[in-house]
Each structure stands twice: as C-alpha cells, then as structure tokens.
Design a binder for this molecule. Sequence first.
Ligand code: PSU
Ligand code: MN
Length: 303
Amino acid sequence: MPLTDITDVTDEVGEALAARRPVVALESTIIAHGLPRPRNLAVAAELEELVRAGGAVPATIAVLDGRIRIGLERPQLERIAREGGVRKLGRRDLAPALAAGASGATTVSATAFLAARAGIRVFATGGLGGVHREWTRDQDESADLRVLAETAITVVCAGVKSVLDVPATLQRLETLGVGVLGYGTEWFPGFYLSSSGEPVDWTVHSPGQVADVVRAREALGPPESALIVANPVPEPEQLDPALHDRVLRDALGECRERGITGQAVTPFLLDFLTRRTAGASLEANIAAVRGNAHLAARIAAAL
Ligand code: PSU
Ligand code: MN
C-alpha cells in the first residue's frame, strides 16, 4: 500500500510543497500530552500563527482515525487538543495505530519521520526526548534520538527536556552523528532554562547561516541524519534556575516512588513541574516553543 493512500495532506500544505514554498512541521504530542487543557489548543493555534508570521506554512502532524494527517484543519486540531483517548505515538507506534484506525498525537520521532517522508525539511518542537537520568537502571532512552540519527530534517528545539540526563544525551547525539548548532549561543539550551551548562561545538547567528549548514550537509550526501538547531528560551522568560532544580528533584523522586515508567514518564514530569511551579514552568515551556516556531519558519524561508 503506497504511503499516499493512507495520508491526507491539507490543500494549503500540499500546494506549498508542490510550489517549493517554505513549510514547517509541528508535532502534536506537545498539544495532546505536553500541555494542560484548555491552554493546549490556544498554544497549538498560536504556533501555527507564528510559523505564518515567519513566512512559512505550518503543517501540524498527527494520526486521526487511522490516517496520517500532514496539516490539520481547525476541527482536527481541536480533536487532538480535547479528545480523550488520543494516544502518544512514536515512530514504532505508527503502523499499529494506522492498522487499528486509531487516533494519536505524534512525538518528535514520529513527526520527524512523517515530515521527512512528506518532503518537509524543517520541524519545530519544544524539547527533544533523550537519555533519562535513570538510564543505568531502566535503559529509558527516547526513540527520538534513533530517528534523528536516520532522518534528514532540521529540527529547531530548545535543547532536550531538562528532566533528562543532558550530558548523556549530547554524547548519544555525537555517537549517532546528529549535528548540533547553538543558535546565538555557545551553550546547549536547557529547555526551561536558557542554558544547560553544557557547551556546543558550533554556533550560528542567523537563519541564513543555518541554511548554509543544511546545504553543505546535502552536498556531503548520505548517510542521512538530522540537524538540531538549539534555540534557547530568552533569559527573561526562563524558569528560575533554583526553583527548577528544587522542583525537578521532587518530580524525579515522585516518579520513582510511584513506579511510573515508559511513555508515561515524560508527561508525568512535565505536569508535575507545571503544578509545583504554579505554572511558571509552563510559561517557560510555551515561550521556548514560540521562539522555535518562529525561527523554524525563518530557516525554512532561507532554504
Ligand atoms: N517537548 C515538549 N513537550 C512534549 C514533548 C517534547 O515541550 O510533550 C514530547 C515530544 O513529543 C517528545 C516526547 O518526542 O515528549 C518524548 O517522549 P519520550 O521521552 O517518552 O520519548
Ligand atoms: Mn521513554
């Protein structure tokens, strides 16, 4: 069965891709499982507007009723934001979800995979998945990393979620051959924080410089891999680092105590932080994603 038979591309996205106009992919897990309702719907719509304001067409990606959706109309965005039973789909979950006629939100791994297949070259998200701090015990490493190692796409993010083991994740990215550029910074961003305290090897300062790197990568040819553009949340909008460290310690403790594992870990930690920082982590998270959506559009336009 050809992929096009099970994929619905909105007219707007399809026309933009055919005319080689800039398109930016957006993931849907952050909407369904990363942000609280009803704010999630407002943010999802705002991200699309930010992409437009940056000069590109937004393509939010999800699976609805067993069909791949590249670009969502408003009623479909509402379903992802509001419906119960919207599953969290990594790349490996796509086939069973499609076969079952299920609906689900796509993580970075599934979104990057589907976006690249659809011919989209730039993707914006909040924070990537990565190596969890309890890796030595449970080997929890997000499928995001493996997919980024095999997929030619530029991913604009605010680093990896700070609930993870950031140095270990950077090591894995190096091993996997995934390029990392700091955008306007010499430090890898810390998702809720402007800096994780870990250095990056390469820094760029404009969308044009990112486009130069992408073109050089394309000239080098296979094997394909992703390019991460690590764009920090502006310092005035970051979460207070002391509050971050304190609440995160509690979150990781509670996660372990309650025996939460697998796909549930990331949503649990994000929600715990939101509740225990009285929404401050949520604001930092949203500020980061906003900046990424806008920058991704400018990069897509520069390409
Ligand atoms: N970044 C956010 N919020 C999120 C996520 C990332 O700001 O909800 C999601 C992404 O979809 C990412 C996923 O791919 O969390 C990683 O989950 P896991 O650690 O279970 O692979
Ligand atoms: Mn995991």
